[in-house]
Design a protein around this ligand. Structure first.
Ligand code: ADP
Ligand code: MG
Length: 341
C-alpha cells in the first residue's frame, strides 16, 4: 500500500532494444518502458518503423499527462477545478475524454461519475493518507458531485465552484488509444502495450497468430485467472486489488467508489475486464461495470452490445459475455457462466 500521487511523476524513459534472436527485422520487438500517469507502462512494436513509433508514442503520453492530470497545476483539468466556476478553454484531447465520461455516465446511470474526486480525497486515495471518513462528511461531499452540473460548451469546460473532477478512470485508456494512433501513423502493423496492466494491441503477433492477454486473478493478483486471445483490441481491467488499504476494522477499502453512497463500490464484483475496439471506452466501462455489479452490468452490456466483458464475482464465479467466450481460456477452478444476449 505505497503512497502513489496521481500522475505526479513525469515520464521517465528507459529505452531497451531487444532483438529476438535470428529472426528477420520485421519480427524484432522494440520495447520502451516508461512511468507516466502514476503507472508503469511498456510499449512493444514490431517492424522497421518501430523505433520512430515508440518515440512518438512516449512524447504523446507525456503531452496527454500534462493536459489531463488532476494534480499538475499546469493541466486543463486542474485549471477548471480551480477556476471558481469560470469556464476554461480545453484542447480537443480533453474534450474527447470528457465526452466519453458523459456518454458512459449516461449509459451506466451514474456508476461512472468523474465528479467523485472530493470524496476520493476524503478517503485519502489521492495522497495515500488513507482514512475512513465519517458518514456526515461523505454525505456533505456527495451533495457536490452532480456530474450534470459540469458542462462543456464551445471548447470551454465549466466545473462549478465547490466541485472537482478527475479523469483517473479513463485517462489511461485514452492514452492507449492515442499510442495506437501514433503506431499506425508511423506504419506499425503489429504492437502491444500495457499501461499499468491495461493492454491494447494493434493487429496480431508478427507471425499472424492472436495476441494472448492474461487477466489477473483478483483473489491471487500475482496469477492469471485466464487468457484471452485478441487482435486489434483493448483489454482493460478495474479491480479491488489494484489500490486499497485496510481499515482499523480489518476491512479492505478500495479506490473505486460507488457514487450512490460514497463508499468503495461493493456490489458483488471484484474485477471487471472490458474488451473492445476503443481503449477510452473500455477504460470508462471497466470502472462503470465494477460499480454496477453483475445484474446491472449484464443489462448494460445487452443494451450497448459494442463491447465484451469478463466479470469476477466476490463468490468466485467468472461471468463472461457471449461474444468473447471462444477466445477465453479459464486457468482456474472457478465456474464460468456465459451472459447471453
Ligand atoms: P485503475 O486506474 O486502477 O486502472 P480505474 O480505471 O477503474 O482503475 O480507475 C479508478 C480511478 O477512477 C480511481 O483511482 C479514481 O481516480 C477514479 N474513480 C473512482 N471511482 C470512480 C467512479 N465511480 N467514477 C469515476 N471515477 C472514479
Ligand atoms: Mg477504468
Amino acid at each position: 500500500m505505497q503512497m502513489r500521487k496521481k500522475y505526479a511523476v513525469s515520464a521517465l524513459l528507459l529505452l531497451t532494444l531487444c532483438g529476438c534472436g535470428a529472426d528477420p527485422a520485421a519480427q524484432e520487438a522494440k520495447s520502451l518502458d516508461l512511468f507516466a500517469m502514476d503507472t508503469y507502462m511498456n510499449l512493444k512494436a514490431y517492424g522497421s518503423h518501430a523505433d520512430a513509433a515508440l518515440k512518438a508514442s512516449a512524447d504523446r503520453i507525456t503531452e496527454l499527462e500534462k493536459l489531463l492530470s488532476v494534480t499538475d497545476a499546469g493541466s486543463e483539468i486542474y485549471a477548471a477545478n480551480h477556476a471558481d466556476g469560470a469556464a476554461v478553454g480545453i484542447s480537443p484531447d480533453t474534450e474527447t475524454v470528457l465526452d466519453m465520461a458523459a456518454k458512459v455516465y449516461a449509459e451506466s446511470r451514474g456508476a461512472l461519475n468523474i465528479a467523485m474526486y472530493p470524496v476520493l480525497q476524503a478517503w485519502g486515495f489521492t495522497t495515500g493518507a488513507y482514512q475512513v471518513p465519517d458518514g456526515e462528511q461523505i454525505a456533505a461531499l456527495l451533495a457536490e458531485t452532480d456530474f450534470l452540473q459540469v458542462t462543456v460548451r464551445d471548447s470551454k469546460l465549466t466545473v462549478p465552484a465547490g466541485m472537482q473532477i478527475d479523469l483517473g478512470a479513463l485517462a489511461k485508456g485514452y492514452a492507449g488509444e492515442c499510442v495506437m494512433e501514433c503506431m499506425r501513423e508511423n506504419g506499425v502493423k503489429s504492437a502491444i502495450i500495457s499501461l499499468g496492466g491495461n493492454v491494447q494491441a494493434i493487429g496480431s503477433k508478427p507471425d499472424g497468430s492472436a495476441w494472448k492477454v492474461g487477466i489477473t486473478n483478483p483473489f491471487l493478483p500475482d496469477e492469471n485467472l485466464g487468457i484471452l486471445q485478441v487482435t486489434d483490441s483493448a483489454v482493460i481491467t478495474s479491480g479491488n486489488y489494484e489500490r486499497y488499504f485496510e481499515g482499523d476494522d480489518g476491512q479492505r477499502y478500495w479506490h473505486i467508489l460507488d457514487p450512490a453512497d460514497g463508499f468503495p463500490a461493493d456490489n458483488g464484483i471484484v474485477s471487471a475486464t472490458v474488451i473492445g475496439a476503443n481503449g477510452l471506452y473500455c477504460d470508462a466501462l471497466s470502472t462503470a461495470l465494477f460499480v454496477e455489479g453483475a445484474d446491472r452490468a449484464a443489462a448494460h452490456w445487452r443494451a450497448a452490445q459494442d463491447f465484451q466483458a469478463v466479470l469476477v464475482t466476490e463468490d468466485a464465479r467468472i461471468l463472461i459475455t457471449a461474444g468473447i467466450q471462444d477466445g477465453f481460456e479459464n486457468l482456474t477452478e472457478m465456474p464460468v457462466e456465459v451472459i447471453a444476449p
